[in-house]
Each structure stands twice: as C-alpha cells, then as structure tokens.
Design a protein around this ligand. Structure first.
Ligand code: NAD
Length: 249
C-alpha cells in the first residue's frame, strides 16, 4: 500500500517547476492527480504523463476554480488533497516606489486571491468527507522578508502564510489540515527567468543558502507529499520551511 494510494489530489500550477515535480511524486505514491494550469500545453502534458486529468483554469477566476473542483469530483468522486501552488513573480526586482498598482494587483490576484479561492471552494468537499489536506505554497520570504525588492511578491506570500495558519486552526476539528509550504530558492523556470536577467542576484541569493545551492523541485515535492500524507497527521497551521537552512542562518 502506497502512502497516497487512491487519494485524489488537485495541483494548481502543475505544468511547471514545483507543481510538475509534485504531480509526478504524488502519482508515484499512488494518488490520482488533477493537474490544473493556465498553460494548456504543459498542463495537458503532465496530466498525460501521470495518467490524470487536466483542467485549464486561472486560479484568480472564481468560476474557473469552482469548475476545476467540480471536474475533479465528477471524475474521481472525492478530493483529498489540494496543493494550491500556482504563483507568479514580478519579472524583476523593483522598489515599492516604482511598483505600479496594476503590477501589484496581478501578483495579489494570482498568489493571494488564487489561494483564497482555492481554499474557499475545496473546504466544502473536504468537510463532507471529514478529512483533507491543503498545502498552500508561500515562500521563505513570507517568514524572513526579502532584500531583493519584490514587495508585491513578499506581501502576497505573507498573506498566504497568515491565511494558512488561520484556516489550519479554524478547520482542525473538522479533520482538515492546512499548511503553508515555504520553499527557499528552487531551480525552476520561474527562478531561472529572474536570474537570467540578473545573474548577480542569483549569486547573492546563493551566498545566503547554508547548503550552498538552490533546491531541486523534486526536493520540494518530497516535502509536499509528506504534508499531504497521514505521516503529517499532527501537522497543521504550520509554516513548513524547506529552505536549505536560510531561516537558521
Ligand atoms: P513555475 O513558473 O515554474 O510554475 C508555475 C506554474 O503556474 C506555471 O505552469 C504557470 O503556467 C502556472 N500558473 C501561473 N499563473 C497561473 C494562474 N493564474 N492559474 C493557473 N496556473 C497558473 O514556478 P515555480 O517556481 O514552480 O513556483 C511554484 C510556486 O512556488 C509559486 O507559488 C512560487 O511563488 C513558489 N515559490 C517558488 C520558489 C522558487 O524559487 N522557484 C521559491 C519559493 C516559492
């Protein structure tokens, strides 16, 4: 019997990076995966690779979010795990003084409103089952802040962390665990794109990682699988740091 045998897992941002690695990890551990992504090509590809279902959805759109959970339920009859992971980053470091309101809003819409909508609409399914595990992707910057001037990103992730803690407490007695995953820098397209524009920034970041390297997406996926499973049955409302030691340094 595998750890996630027959659990139904909805993963947002499943087409790339951390979401992609987690879709494969969940499938290897026996889960039925619903891969959600805005990008139809990568989303459909991962769904095919893991023998799951692809649903195109924008996590910032409430109709899309209700539709994706309905599709998951219609196909598999339950929802056990929600990995609310889709997120975006501003294309480069920018001071608050130069952060335009539209750029600010889009980051909040995807990173924070997206997680709010995903939690809001999955909890009723889990409540009926009396069990569920929600993992929201925040970031180490939610705990520590960031020297790199991405105020919209840092603020959105701080919101994800606070929301996860509160929901974890509120729904604990109903069997629903809610945790905030706080990765350090992970070698994914999101990070590669940022660092391609600013290699010096990559070097500065690396200096602050005691393990001396960025994480592989698979290392983050291993932590997500743990949080999703019954091995983490006493862990809720936590900030789960997988940061190569950054927060201890
Ligand atoms: P990524 O860019 O490789 O993948 C993100 C995926 O989300 C993409 O497939 C994209 O199409 C999808 N997506 C974007 N907006 C969407 C939307 N509105 N609706 C549905 N799907 C959408 O990024 P990643 O590095 O794997 O990041 C995943 C999460 O981890 C993000 O929340 C990110 O903020 C967070 N994170 C990343 C790092 C890192 O260093 N890479 C560190 C800490 C936290």
């Amino acid at each position: 019997m595998q750890r996630l045998q027959d659990r139904v897992a909805v993963i947002t941002g499943a087409g790339s990076g951390i979401g992609l690695a987690t879709a494969h990890r969940f499938a290897r551990e026996g889960a039925k995966v619903v891969a959600v992504d805005l990008d139809e090509v990568t989303g459909a590809k991962v769904a095919e690779e893991v023998g799951g279902l692809y649903v195109k959805a924008d996590v910032a759109d409430e109709n899309d979010v209700t539709r994706m959970y309905q599709a998951a339920f219609d196909t598999y009859g339950r929802i056990d795990i929600a990995f609310n992971n889709a997120g975006i980053s501003p294309p480069e470091d920018v001071s608050i003084l130069d952060t335009g309101i539209e750029a600010w809003r889009r980051v909040q819409e995807v990173n924070l409103t997206g997680v709010y909508l995903c939690c809001k609409h999955v909890i009723p399914y889990m409540r009926r089952q009396g069990k569920g595990s929600i993992i929201n992707t925040a970031s180490f910057v939610a705990v520590l802040g960031s020297a790199t001037s991405q105020i919209s990103y840092t603020a959105s992730k701080g919101g994800v962390l606070a929301m996860s803690r509160e929901l974890g407490v509120q729904f604990a007695r109903e069997g629903i665990r809610v945790n905030a995953l706080c990765p350090g820098p992970v070698d994914t397209p999101l990070l590669r794109e940022l660092f391609a524009k600013d290699p010096e920034r990559a070097r500065r970041r690396l200096v602050h990682v005691p393990l001396g390297r960025f994480a592989r997406a698979e290392e983050i996926a291993a932590a997500v699988a743990f949080l999703a499973s019954d091995d983490a049955s006493f862990i809720t409302a936590s900030e789960f740091l997988v940061d190569g030691g950054i927060s201890g340094a």
